[in-house]
Design a protein around this ligand. Structure first.
Ligand SMILES: C[S@@+](CC[C@H](N)C(=O)[O-])C[C@H]1O[C@@H](n2cnc3c(N)ncnc32)[C@H](O)[C@@H]1O
Length: 426
């Protein structure tokens, strides 16, 4: 006979959704954002959905430290996938990182154990609280990430990456009109790191901020805004490949390009369309697969913001720290090589190709560029100059851009991006 569960007390459904989210990321390898709709399906209130997301995201940022605490308080380590471990992570992260009162954190977590070891969970949580357990100031990164990034970038960048997840990332805005940078930085109470950019530190709702309704700006990480900045100004025909939700489309359109924005995700294109409408900028929108589609003719500019492991945006998407494995990186690198080969064919002689990924994996950046230049003698790097980048960000000596979490450390840091600008021989 099916067991009926007594209805959850207030506060429990959000924690149950957080548990489903963690399960989706850690046991099924899904992306946090992709799992959110299903995990939070039963939650009527937006605040509950936001709380479930915040608990899961902070748990993923702090996973190693939470597990170390749990292991310090159990006689034998709980299996990695034990429900008791998941529930303890959820209770502890609330009490130690999210400012939830201890009694509320444990009272709303215990019902998640269902028929499991409630006493054990209660006991471990109680012991840690009595011992005044704390989380370290600098979170530990997962071992696999440490190994990969140490080899690629060294210890300084690794330390910066750990520090980068200790505090919430700033919110960057791109302005429709860079000439109005000072005006909007003042009106929004933010700081500008280069023309057309404003950085905010508070978490006020976007729609309540000056300039939102009139479409004066859109949310876009500063590093993510660099590829389209490096395209310069139109006029000309631009293909924005893998365009949704459209940050770069808006930049290109605002800079005077006649943009065709292509993506294979209808739902993400719907957001691109909304963004274009709000900001009153125009683009031709195409729902298609880069690996199948053909344009009518060549373009002056092709920007390929290729799908990637997204490990460069680990501050906002900490799930990548746990679910991205070498096999996924290789799959992505292969797809990027195919996309880049097609994108290159669509650039007119003398035109520009920009390749970008929000990844901290050289396989998706530097290696892709080397592989491409080896095969396409009709393309050469158009070296990026320091004065095209925010002060404090330098191009690589060979002309591409690699942003790392150690850059602009005192100003809120940057996401990890790789950007190469190439020209096709005339
Ligand atoms: C890094 S995101 C793009 C971000 C976007 N350029 C921006 O600035 O807002 C990568 C995009 O690639 C799209 N994508 C993945 N595979 C694709 C394919 N085969 N053809 C077209 N788009 C694809 C995804 O739907 C996703 O929107």
């Amino acid at each position: 006979m099916a067991r009926t569960r007594t209805p959850d007390a207030p506060g429990v459904p959000a924690r149950r959704a957080a548990l489903r989210l963690l399960d989706a990321v850690l046991r099924r390898g899904l992306a946090l954002e992709a799992a959110l709709d299903q995990a939070a399906a039963g939650l009527a209130k937006r605040e509950d959905r936001a709380l479930a997301h915040a608990i899961a995201a902070e748990t993923l940022r702090r996973l190693g430290d939470l597990d170390a605490l749990i292991d310090s308080a159990t006689a034998r380590p709980l299996p990695d996938d034990a429900k008791a471990r998941f529930v303890l992570r959820i209770a502890l992260v609330q009490a130690l990182a999210l400012g939830v009162a201890q009694h509320a954190a444990i009272a709303t977590a215990l019902p998640l154990v269902d028929g499991g070891p409630r006493k054990l969970v209660h006991g471990v949580f109680g012991t840690l609280m009595r011992n005044q357990a704390t989380l370290p100031d600098v979170p530990q990164l997962p071992r696999r990430v440490v190994e990969r990034w140490r080899e690629a970038w060294g210890d300084t960048v690794l330390d910066a990456a750990a520090l980068a997840i200790a505090s919430p990332p700033p919110l960057d805005l791109s302005l429709r009109d860079p000439a109005e940078t000072e005006r909007w930085a003042t009106a929004l109470g933010g700081a500008s790191l280069m023309p057309g950019h404003v950085r905010l530190d508070d978490r006020m709702a976007l729609a309540d901020r000056p300039g939102f309704a009139e479409g004066a700006w859109w949310v876009q990480d500063l590093a993510a805004s660099l590829p389209a900045r490096l395209a310069g100004k139109g006029p000309g025909r631009a293909l924005d490949l893998c365009a949704a939700p459209g940050g770069k489309t808006l930049q290109l359109a605002a800079a005077g390009w006649q943009v065709t924005a292509l993506d294979n995700s209808e739902s993400r294109l719907a957001r691109l369309r909304e963004n274009c409408e709000r900001v009153a900028l125009d683009a031709e929108i195409v729902a298609a697969d880069v690996l199948q589609w053909q344009p009518d003719g060549p373009a002056d500019l092709v920007l390929l913001d290729a799908p990637c492991s997204a490990t460069g945006i680990f501050r906002r998407h900490p799930d990548v720290l746990h679910r991205v494995r070498p096999v996924l990186i290789e799959e992505m690198a292969e797809r990027q090589a195919k996309m880049l080969a097609r994108a290159a064919d669509w650039v007119r002689p003398g035109g520009t190709l920009i390749y970008a990924t929000c990844s901290l994996e050289p396989r998706e950046g530097e290696d892709r560029l080397a592989h491409f230049l080896d095969r396409r003698r009709d393309f050469a790097l158009a070296p990026v100059r320091a004065d095209e980048l925010p002060p404090g960000v330098m191009p690589h000596e060979r002309g591409w851009v690699r942003t790392l979490p150690a850059i602009l450390a005192d100003k809120g840091r940057l996401d990890g991006f790789f950007i190469a600008r190439l020209v096709r021989a005339a």
